[in-house]
Design a protein around this ligand. Structure first.
Ligand code: G3H
Ligand code: ZN
Length: 283
C-alpha cells in the first residue's frame, strides 16, 4: 500500500534501522524496486529526482502516477519522494502528484542563502502536510561534476552548523556530507565515521545518506549502525539495468523485442534492490 515517507522514516528511526530509497527513471525501475522490496518484505521509498523529471521531458505526472499505482498494489508499504528539487515550480507540483515528501536541495548556495531558501521551502511544505529533507555541506558528484569532489575535506557537514541549520530551517531530515559522492560506478568510497558519530550526537532529526551506490557493503551496514535512517541509491540500479541489457544484446544480437532485454534488466534491478535491503538490515 501507499505509505508516507514520514511514517517509514520514523519507524526506521524507532527500530534503529534504515529505509532504502531508490531513484526511479523508467517504469522498469518502478516495477523492479517494488518486486525487490516485496521479495524481502521491506518497506521502501520510490524517489523521482528533478533530473529524472527533465529526462521525462519535463513532465512529472506520468512517472508519478505509475509509481502511485505500483505502490497502491504492492504488498509492502511504499512512499513517494521528490528528490533533489531545485526548482520552485517542481516543488509546488509535489502534493497533487501524490508525493508525501520532498528533498529541497539548495546546498550549492552559500550557508545563509541555503538556509533562507530552505526555510521558505520548509514552511510551504509543512503547510501542505509534506515531510521535507534538505542538504547542508554539499554531497559531490551531482550533474556530471567529478564524484571525487566529495572526498575533499571541505565537502563535509559541520555538526554545529548543521544543528543551527536544522533549528533555523525547520526541516524534518538532513542529508549529510560524510564522504559519499553521487554517481560513483565503483564501490570504493569510505565514510567519515567519526563525523557521523558527532552528527548523530548533535542532531535530533533523521540523517540521510546520498550517493550510496559508491559504498561497499561494510560501509553501508556501518552507516546504518552509526545512525543513518534513509539511504539513497540511484546509480546501483542503472549499473544493474545497463549491464544486463549490454550482456543480453551481446549474447542475442538478433533480439528485437524490447520486452526481452527489459525483462532481464528489471530482474537485475530487483535483485540489486533485495541485496541492498538485506545489507542495510545487516543480514
Ligand atoms: O538522491 C539520490 C542518491 O543520492 C543517489 O546517489 O546515484 O550515487 O546512488 P547514487
Ligand atoms: Zn542524492
Amino acid at each position: 500500500p501507499l505509505a508516507t515517507t514520514g511514517e517509514l522514516v520514523t519507524r526506521a528511526a524507532t527500530e534503529r534501522t534504515a529505509v532504502a530509497a531508490f531513484n526511479i527513471i523508467t517504469l522498469e525501475h518502478v516495477e523492479a524496486v517494488v518486486a525487490g522490496a516485496e521479495s524481502v518484505s521491506a518497506p521502501v521509498i520510490l524517489q523521482v529526482s528533478e533530473n529524472a523529471v527533465k529526462f521525462r521531458r519535463g513532465r512529472l505526472l506520468p512517472l508519478a502516477r505509475a509509481a502511485t499505482a505500483a505502490a497502491e498494489a504492492a504488498s509492502v508499504p511504499i512512499a513517494l519522494h521528490l528528490d533533489h528539487v531545485q526548482s520552485d515550480g517542481l516543488l509546488r507540483q509535489a502534493p497533487d502528484a501524490g508525493f508525501s515528501s520532498v528533498m529541497y536541495d539548495a546546498s550549492r548556495l552559500p550557508y545563509a542563502e541555503n538556509l533562507t531558501a530552505t526555510r521558505t521551502a520548509a514552511r510551504w511544505a509543512h503547510d501542505q502536510g509534506l515531510w521535507i529533507e534538505a542538504e547542508m555541506g554539499e554531497v559531490g558528484g551531482k550533474n556530471g561534476r567529478p564524484p571525487l569532489d566529495a572526498h575533499a575535506p571541505a565537502a563535509r557537514t559541520d555538526p554545529a552548523e548543521a544543528r543551527a541549520f536544522v533549528a533555523d530551517s525547520g526541516v524534518d531530515a538532513l542529508a549529510v556530507a560524510i564522504g559519499s559522492a553521487h554517481a560513483m560506478t565503483t564501490r570504493t568510497a569510505a565514510l567519515d565515521h567519526a563525523l557521523l558519530k558527532r552528527l548523530t550526537a548533535t542532531l535530533d532529526v533523521p540523517l540521510v545518506l546520498h550517493g550510496s551506490s559508491g559504498l561497499p557493503d561494510t560501509e553501508l551496514t556501518a552507516a546504518v549502525t552509526g545512525g543513518i535512517t534513509k539511504v539513497n541509491f540511484g546509480t546501483a540500479l542503472n549499473l544493474a539495468m545497463t549491464g544486463a541489457i549490454r550482456d543480453f544484446l551481446a549474447a542475442h544480437p538478433e533480439a528485437v523485442d524490447s520486452r526481452k532485454y527489459l525483462t532481464v534488466a528489471r530482474e537485475a534491478m530487483a535483485d540489486t534492490v533485495a541485496r541492498i535491503i538485506r545489507v542495510l538490515r545487516n543480514e
